[in-house]
Design a protein around this ligand. Structure first.
Ligand code: C2E
Ligand code: MG
Ligand code: MG
Length: 577
């Protein structure tokens, strides 16, 4: 057989031998002889063992991955026709896996029935390195999730698809609440473990078609194709939050975290990738500002009320069953002799993973879904029972102040609930102060008038809570049987320096004197505030200075030991487990 220089020593045969063959075999290369029509006529041992199939007579293109077949076919045709050498890269099908080969194709002397010579060099190691580099450039090393680079590619791709299909999608930014404390308090190794675990949990919540990226220390972004309406978004964000809420057990530490989520949708909020992520971020900041552990959808009216929090709502029903609600008691003190006159009951929700959820977060939800009727009735009953123990240990008369929400006040069952609480506890109505806001009275003044009259019949006193913040007209003070004005903390906090606030407090006290109402100043935090108020004739104060809200047993201790101010335990900070 006559062949050109390179191929001269290459004897095509099914079991090749000879020096060059041996060298080629040793180098891990594969050698094939192929007809001009592309059929394999002979193959080196390695080619045979790699492909693991009978390759004699088969089209050589059938040995490579479908995707690589056209390039190989073109190269064979081109070399066959023009004689020039061609190089292509192709994945050889080697059993279960594909191996990258660089295939050099040359033409042997004419007259040979298999004049095409293919020498393939195994490129898998190089490809693995390139793949690794590509992965490193596009993924976060700690969690193996896509990074910002890949995220932005993916969002652009999803935008392109959404344009074609007309189907919207959502981008959700997820921040871990409480992560900084973990990192600072327990060290970076544990912090990293938490992040890896959180990433895994979030990823498992999502579908394969969703993208989850890590874009910062404790920040993730999820791209959710096809999820663009409220119910879909609520479902996904609810699941994401739930995934973060179960405790993280790491190295003997039980760590509680939560997630704040911000959502922006395409095309409603934005149509480009950068803006979508920015708006989702804005919404997440709002979720954090308005109490954390919640999902907020971006809204252009940034000042608007926080969106309804569905995951918290679901947890509330559970909390009622599990008895996670408690009452705390904050002393109301006579500034002249620092004696406790009564207590205001303030509801607390001790969530097993979120820690103390403040009432500003759960009362509005309970108000919306009606759960407030149940919670309010329980609070009223518990407070009426509690006051008896307080009086017993104090050995004197005290009163108990209970907040009544607008919905509770409007409910037809309210008076029955009140009667039950008084009857069950045996507490006379006169021990009770019911705190309502101006807004509650003004929704339906005619109805309010009759309910208030019935409350007064039972001996209960009515206090206007947060006085001065709700309503501009004061005429209602004459019309309704009101006994107490609780001056809102807003007017107290900058005393005694703030002139306007001082003027308002003065006016309220003057008004109260003329209408024969008593006044309680809320939110008194400093001795200077207390002294100023006392001097002006506002003797009843409630605030951190004279006692933070506290559980009943601590209130009992406060009554017996006569402990005030700094000795009293602090109200548990919100959000701490
Ligand atoms: P509120 O009735 O005006 O209660 C006073 C709030 O001021 C309480 O907040 C109390 O912890 C806080 N506070 C008291 N002294 C100070 C102080 O010196 N400095 C500062 N910065 N704050 C002070 P909390 O307990 O978070 O309750 C918030 C609101 O939630 C209450 O405002 C009330 O409107 C509502 N709420 C609480 N418990 C109940 C309840 O059982 N039923 C109903 N319907 N509403 C409740
Ligand atoms: Mg109150
Ligand atoms: Mg108040």
């Amino acid at each position: 057989m006559h062949t050109s220089s390179t191929a001269a020593k290459f004897e095509p045969r099914k079991q090749p031998s000879g020096l060059l063959d041996s060298l080629l075999e040793a180098a891990g290369d594969i050698v094939l002889r192929v007809t001009l029509g592309g059929q394999v006529r002979a193959a080196s041992r390695r080619a045979l063992s790699l492909t693991g199939v009978e390759i004699d007579g088969r089209p050589v293109v059938s040995l490579v991955h479908d995707v690589d077949q056209p390039a190989l076919r073109n190269a064979l045709v081109s070399t066959g026709a023009n004689g020039g050498a061609n190089v292509v890269e192709a994945r050889f099908r080697c059993g279960e896996r594909d191996i990258w080969f660089e295939l050099r194709i040359g033409l042997l002397a004419s007259g040979d029935d298999a004049p095409l010579l293919i020498i393939g060099r195994d490129m898998s190691a190089q490809h693995a390195t390139e793949e690794r580099l590509r992965h490193m450039a596009t993924h976060d090393a700690l969690t193996e999730l896509p990074n910002r680079v890949l995220l932005s590619d993916r969002i652009r791709m999803v935008i392109a698809n959404a344009r074609r299909s007309g189907q919207g999608f959502a981008v959700a930014t997820i921040g871990l609440d409480g992560f900084k404390k973990v990192n600072d308090g327990l060290g970076h190794a544990i912090g990293d473990a938490v992040l890896r675990m959180a990433a895994g949990r979030l990823r498992r919540t999502l579908r394969d078609s969703d993208t989850l990226a890590r874009v910062g220390g404790d920040e993730f972004v999820a791209v959710l194709p096809g999820s663009s309406n409220e119910p879909q978004i609520k479902l996904v964000t609810g699941r994401l939050m739930a995934a973060l809420q179960s405790p993280f057990e790491i190295d003997g530490h039980t760590i509680y975290l939560a997630g704040s989520i911000g959502v922006a949708t395409y095309p409603e909020h934005a149509e480009d990738e950068v803006r979508l992520v920015t708006l989702a971020d804005t919404a997440m900041s709002r979720a954090k500002e308005t109490g954390k552990a919640r999902a907020v959808t971006y809204s252009p009216r940034d000042q608007g009320p926080p969106e309804h929090d569905i995951s918290l709502e679901a947890a509330m029903f559970n909390a009622v069953r599990e008895g996670e609600f408690q009452l705390y008691y904050q002393p109301i003190v006579d500034a002249r002799n620092r004696t406790i006159e009564g207590f205001e009951t303030l509801m607390r929700w001790k969530h097993p993973t979120l820690g103390m959820v403040p009432p500003v977060r759960f009362i509005p939800i309970a108000e919306t879904n009606g759960l407030i009727n149940l919670l309010g009735a329980w609070a009223l009953k518990a407070a009426c029972m509690q006051i008896r123990q307080f009086e017993e240990v104090a050995g004197r008369e005290l009163y108990i102040s209970v907040n009544i929400s607008p919905r509770q006040f409007r409910s037809d069952k309210f008076l029955t609930v009140l009667d039950d609480a008084l009857a069950l506890s045996g507490t006379p109505g006169s021990k009770l102060v019911l705190e309502i806001t101006e807004g509650t009275l003004m929704v339906d003044p005619v109805h309010a008038e009759s309910v208030l009259a019935k409350m007064a019949e039972r001996g209960a006193r009515i206090a206007i809570d947060d006085f001065g913040t709700g309503y501009s007209s004061l005429a209602y003070l004459k019309r309704f049987p009101i006994s107490v004005l609780k001056v809102d903390r807003a007017f107290v906090k900058d005393l005694p320096g703030a002139e306007k606030d001082a003027a308002i407090c003065n006016a309220v006290l003057d008004l109260a004197k003329h209408l024969d109402l008593s006044v309680v100043a809320e939110g008194v935090e400093t001795e200077a505030q207390l002294a100023w108020l006392d001097k002006l004739g506002c003797h009843y104060v409630q605030g951190y200075l004279t006692g933070k809200p506290m559980p009943a047993h601590v209130a009992v201790a406060a009554l017996t030991e006569n402990l005030y101010t700094e000795l009293l335990p602090h109200d548990l900070p919100a959000g701490k487990p």
